[in-house]
Design a protein around this ligand. Structure first.
Ligand SMILES: O=C(O)CCC(=O)C(=O)O
Ligand SMILES: [Fe+2]
Length: 283
């Protein structure tokens, strides 16, 4: 896209208004009310705030609640699931987020790493036509466990289902990712963008994603936290803990990134949850 000349006063106004706590969507609305056309205002805001225009397109969409089932957000101070005490270390409502301490035992973390290691491949993302593709934004290696494929996986899936009060079959297969120093997962949303041409194909089974649980299987020596840049929060990657976040379609507060590992390595297991059953789960 060609860059537009932006008046310094307009640039300063956008910066000071967002710094004062107004949402980007509010800034967009104000600009349109003062006569800027919507495309032009999006492009100007994206340039000034140094963010992808696509993120602003999503902001402009009306956030929507997927019609299906929702997860229950765990309450502080925590709960006992299957005899395991899980503590809510941090709670936030926008985005809806919980840091869950003690979600996995050290043995479970190690077993997940050991079982995933021989099956790792360069991590893929889903492209706009619904196909899996290698993605430069995601430089880690990964693999998927089949739903309920072993007693270990079944235990973890049941724990997630109980804690979040959603049936096991609403989950996608558990994904394990491995990052080396310098590797990262750049800012993204886990919900699927309805404007993307592949949306219908991606959501044909299971519908929209409604929540994510990222479990940390080890503690990187430096770096590798999960950042939520819209709220200035970084969750530390700590073995056995997890971050849960839930979202509606278009919820831009759920923007998140796997920060580059600076030293050591990082292993995570991610469970994405859908609004409808995604698969037939053996129980
Ligand atoms: O690596 C992380 O901390 C985040 C991973 C993530 O965003 C995902 O698996 O969807
Ligand atoms: Fe993600």
């Amino acid at each position: 896209m060609k860059s537009l000349p932006i008046r310094p006063e307009l640039r300063e106004w956008i910066l000071s208004t967002t710094r004062a706590g107004h949402s980007v969507q509010a800034v967009l609305k104000l600009m349109q009310e003062t006569g800027y056309d919507p495309r032009q205002s999006r492009s100007i805001i994206a340039t000034v705030l140094n963010m992808p225009v696509t993120a602003l397109d999503a902001r402009a969409q009306k956030p929507g609640r997927a019609p299906g089932r929702r997860t229950r957000h765990p309450d502080a101070p925590g709960t006992v699931v299957d005899g395991r005490a899980i503590h809510v270390g941090v709670s936030m409502e926008s985005p809806v987020l919980r840091v869950l301490n003690g979600f996995l035992s050290d043995q479970e973390c190690q077993a997940l790493i050991d079982q995933a290691m021989p099956r790792l491949q360069r991590a893929k993302t889903v492209d706009s036509s619904g196909k899996q593709q290698v993605d430069a934004r995601r430089t880690s290696e990964g693999m998927f466990f089949g739903i309920g494929e072993s007693p270990l996986i079944r235990n973890i899936e049941r724990r997630i289902a109980t804690l979040l009060s959603i049936p096991v079959d609403h989950g996608e297969g558990l994904q394990v990712l491995h990052y080396l120093p310098g590797q990262q997962y750049e800012p993204h949303y886990d919900w699927f963008d309805p404007e993307q041409p592949g949306f219908a194909a991606i959501t044909a089974k299971g519908g929209q994603r409604i929540a994510s649980l990222v479990m940390y299987l080890n503690t990187p020596e430096a770096g590798g936290g999960t950042a939520f840049p819209e709220v200035g929060l970084t969750v530390t990657a700590l073995r056995g803990s997890a971050v849960y976040f839930a979202y509606d379609t278009g919820d831009t507060a759920s923007l998140h990134a796997g920060l580059p590992v600076q030293k050591g390595e990082k292993w995570i297991a991610t469970k994405w949850l859908r609004e409808q059953p995604f698969q037939l789960a053996p129980r």
